[in-house]
Design a protein around this ligand. Structure first.
Ligand code: TNX
Length: 537
């Protein structure tokens, strides 16, 4: 068996030995095995591939609805019509029909080493059987996403479906490096509706990302229905940057997104940015303003000019209603309070507000998360600081102290992972205040070295924010997110020993045919050797 060294640093030459081995093993597959994110360990062999045909059943443990559902999603990927969809069958019932005679099958198994945790899995491809073994449903789901990357890209587009499907023989043992592998979408500056968010969730799932942070309010828009506060959406949701129509999620739409995300093992993290970035709310309700006068709606792109009135009790009734409403429809454990760029309050006023707001979040059973300004104030236990300005000396000291007191961090360094920052001088969309973030910049940094004095154990993971001042369509969103988001996924999932730009750019380039088949509008950076469309297997 050819061991492909995903878990130790691979030279480029060695990587291509592995690739060539996989090519041989699959009878000259057009695409090398280039998993993204890289797994903990992968070994491909010269054995015959497993061949999936429409009659190949998917066997699941008896009475396990999660396995049934995940297997159903896999069956859908493996089908181009109801008729050709592999059947999902409970293992015991199947054993009775075949009377014990082994026949080719895809098998979900709960027999995986404990050390793989709840997200890890073992995917074994033998000539007679593919086994997806995991301790928990998320692990099965990730095994299906890895299997997906071993299939020809044509499976992503149903009208050109290759049958049979050959899967190279081998064994992949995998688990993530970090628990928080995220993206943030700013639906406030420009609104993106449920279809766009579902599409993004699908793309995230393919890359094993597991947190989608929705920035639901800002100066330019309020994007979530709050019962008892109808003007938030009627007025505050009625526009966006540039004066377009805006929009908002009804609570039912939001709940459906949460569900859709959960089926892909992605937790939605709702953010209501407070006390600043609140002009849309202030324009909707005069009582949130200290002078009792509602300002006009705002469709520009300045920051730092707005704040709710931290001295008025009406403000805290508002925060209570918003947090309670969102906590009730958000099964995930987090609530993001924003807390960034407040220029209209004294440090004392800011601290007074953030301490009361944190208590409200805590009272509704959620963990507080906030931008790194939050580290300036006393934190409730188990708070999470989202670090966007890691280089600032004062921020570093405050974060270190907060971590010593029990907080943890999510890493979002603006000059690395901000997806709204331009790639290079030729990028028309995006901003430049943090410099330029090339494909290499987004991937090629060490998360454990970002914050001196913060132990690795305090790092929840990495999140890439996409602010939308200049982003208004799904095509823009995809262009700014990809390929950089794939690099963040790799950095957050793959073992540190695989971190290597030279090998990564080959793996990234190999994704192009699948992404193209998916209709993904990714930036074809000249820094990456993009593979061309594969010949059909
Ligand atoms: C800073 S990062 C902001 C956002 C802007 C973004 C643009 C942070 C917490 N605040 O309000 O949209 O820069 O890149």
């Amino acid at each position: 068996m050819q061991r492909c060294c995903f878990s130790s640093v691979c030279s480029v030459a060695w990587l291509w030995v592995c690739v060539a081995g996989a090519l041989l093993a699959t009878g000259a597959r057009a695409q090398p095995v280039a998993l993204l994110p890289a797994p903990l360990d992968a070994a491909f062999s010269q054995d015959a591939p497993f061949t999936i045909v429409p009659e190949t059943p998917i066997l699941v443990p008896d009475g396990d609805p999660d396995a049934h559902r995940i297997a159903g999603m896999l069956a859908e990927l493996l089908s181009f019509s109801e008729v050709t969809r592999p059947r999902v069958v409970e293992a015991r019932a199947y054993a009775r029909t075949v009377r014990g005679a082994p026949s080719p099958a895809l098998v979900f198994s709960a027999d995986a080493p404990d050390s793989l945790g709840t997200e890890g899995y073992v995917l074994t491809i033998a000539p007679e059987r593919i086994t997806l073994a995991a301790n928990a449903p998320a692990g099965w789901f990730y095994a299906t996403q890895t299997l997906r990357q071993l299939l020809p890209p044509a499976v992503e587009y149903e009208a050109a479906f290759p049958v049979p499907l050959a899967v190279p023989a081998g064994r992949i043992v995998d688990r993530p490096r970090f628990g928080w592998r995220g993206m943030m979408l700013d639906v406030a500056r420009h609104f993106f509706g449920p279809d766009d968010v579902r599409r993004l969730l699908d793309l995230m799932a393919l890359h094993k990302l597991n947190r989608l942070h929705l920035h639901l309010s800002d100066d330019q828009g309020w994007r979530i229905e709050i019962p008892g506060w109808p003007r938030l959406t009627e007025v505050g949701g009625s526009t966006e940057v540039g004066g377009g129509p805006g929009g908002f999620f009804s609570l039912d739409e939001y709940a459906a997104l949460v569900q859709y995300a959960a089926e892909r093992y992605i937790i939605i993290v709702p953010e209501i940015d407070l006390p600043g970035h609140t002009n849309a709310a202030l324009a909707s309700y005069a009582e949130l303003n200290c002078d009792g006068v509602a300002p006009p709606l705002y469709t520009g792109t300045s920051v730092g000019f707005s704040t709710v009135c931290v001295e008025r009790e009406a403000t805290y009734r508002f925060v209570e209603d918003v947090v309670r409403t969102l906590a009730e429809v958000t099964p995930g454990p987090y609530f993001h309070l924003g807390g960034d760029e407040v220029r209209e309050l004294s440090p004392e006023q800011y601290a007074t507000f953030m301490i009361r707001a944190q208590a409200i979040v805590e009272a509704h059973g959620k963990r507080v998360i906030g931008w790194d300004e939050l580290a300036e104030v006393d934190l409730v236990p188990e708070s999470i600081i989202q670090v966007w300005r890691p280089a600032e000396a004062e921020t570093q000291t405050q974060i270190r102290e907060a971590v010593e007191a029990g907080a943890t961090v999510v890493l979002s360094p603006a000059d690395r992972v901000y997806l709204d920052i331009k790639y290079d001088g030729a990028t028309v969309l995006g901003l430049m205040w943090a410099g330029l973030n090339s494909v290499r910049d987004a991937y090629d940094w060490d998360p454990t070295a970002l914050l001196p004095g913060v132990p690795t154990g305090a790092i929840e993971g990495i999140e890439a924010p996409l602010w939308s001042e200049t982003i208004s369509t799904r095509a823009d969103l995809e262009f700014m997110a990809f390929p950089r988001l794939a690099g963040i996924a790799d950095l957050a999932w793959a073992p540190a020993a695989t971190h290597d730009w030279t090998a990564y750019r080959l793996r990234l380039g190999a994704q192009a045919p699948r992404w193209t088949t998916l209709g993904l509008n990714f930036y074809r950076s000249p820094d990456i050797p993009w593979a061309t469309a594969p010949s059909r297997d």
